[in-house]
Design a protein around this ligand. Structure first.
Ligand SMILES: C=C(O[C@@H]1C=C(C(=O)O)C=C[C@H]1O)C(=O)O
Length: 252
């Protein structure tokens, strides 16, 4: 295409056309909104940093990640967002909350999923956001040890033969499940040294030796895995983490 043809299609006077002016005015509004967003986002980051320092005193061995609070923040913005924007708002706020948590120290996530590594990694990235340092690992026990030693959290698949979850009733009893990945019947769980008071209020994760122990009458229950008499299940029964029913956490 020659220059003369270009001139015909897009004459110099186009800069003064009503279309161009309307576009420029809209972009000026976007620039102004960006300035406001930038100021508010940085203010939020600073506040999250302050919350982190306020949490220093009583947290003990627990991570600063508070799944219950994150869930409440996401539910709040989802509830207030206009219907066509709910998905965009929720996706963005996952990122915002991830960066908020990062103000209190970068979250490290070890993902173990021998059968579906990409799916588990994507789930972890969506849940914890760009701010998190997320790595695939080859050994479920090592990932649990990493979480136990305060290194961060682990995302572990259950669609395989390694019954790592039995350890949540034994050597890893101080770790809690706080998220499920893959829908109603999760194929992976996030596990970490979460303050039991900060667990999300969703379905409870139960690891029990034999059968249906601890399920309240009539509560819905999803069996996920069994191994040598041990059962991993989800339940809607309102049982307390760490109690005799074998509740090892909850999913959001
Ligand atoms: C700011 C906090 O710390 C973290 C960051 C959050 C956020 O940015 O909204 C929410 C929960 C925590 O995982 C908090 O506990 O309130």
């Amino acid at each position: 295409m020659s220059n003369s043809t270009l001139h015909q299609v897009w004459p110099e006077s186009a800069a003064d056309s009503p279309e161009h002016k309307a576009l420029a005015a809209l972009r000026a509004q976007i620039d102004a909104v960006d300035d406001q967003l930038l100021e508010l986002f940085q203010k939020r980051l600073d506040l999250a940093g302050q919350v982190g320092r306020a949490k220093d005193a009583p947290t003990g061995p627990h991570t600063k990640l508070r799944p219950d609070r994150e869930k409440a923040v996401l539910a709040h913005v989802h509830g207030r967002a206009a219907a066509p924007h709910k998905e965009a708002v929720t996706g963005l706020w996952r990122e915002i909350v991830g960066w908020g948590l990062a103000q209190q120290g970068q979250l490290k996530v070890q993902v173990w999923s021998p059968n579906e590594p990409a799916r588990a990694f994507d789930g972890a990235r969506q849940r914890f956001g760009r701010a998190a340092d997320i790595r695939m690992v080859q050994d479920a026990e090592a990932a649990l040890r990493f979480a136990s030693d305060g290194g961060g959290v682990a995302v572990l698949a259950v669609n395989n033969d390694t019954p790592w979850w039995i350890g949540l009733r034994k050597e890893w009893a101080h770790l809690s499940v706080f998220e499920g990945f893959g829908g109603e019947v999760p194929s992976a769980f996030a596990v970490g040294p979460i303050d039991p008071a900060a667990l999300p209020g969703g379905r409870r994760v139960v690891v029990s030796a034999g059968g249906d122990a601890g399920d309240g009458a009539g509560a819905r229950r999803w069996g996920l895995h069994t191994h040598h008499g041990w059962t991993l299940a989800l339940t809607e029964a309102r049982i307390a983490p760490g109690g005799p029913e074998g509740c090892v956490g909850a999913v959001g």
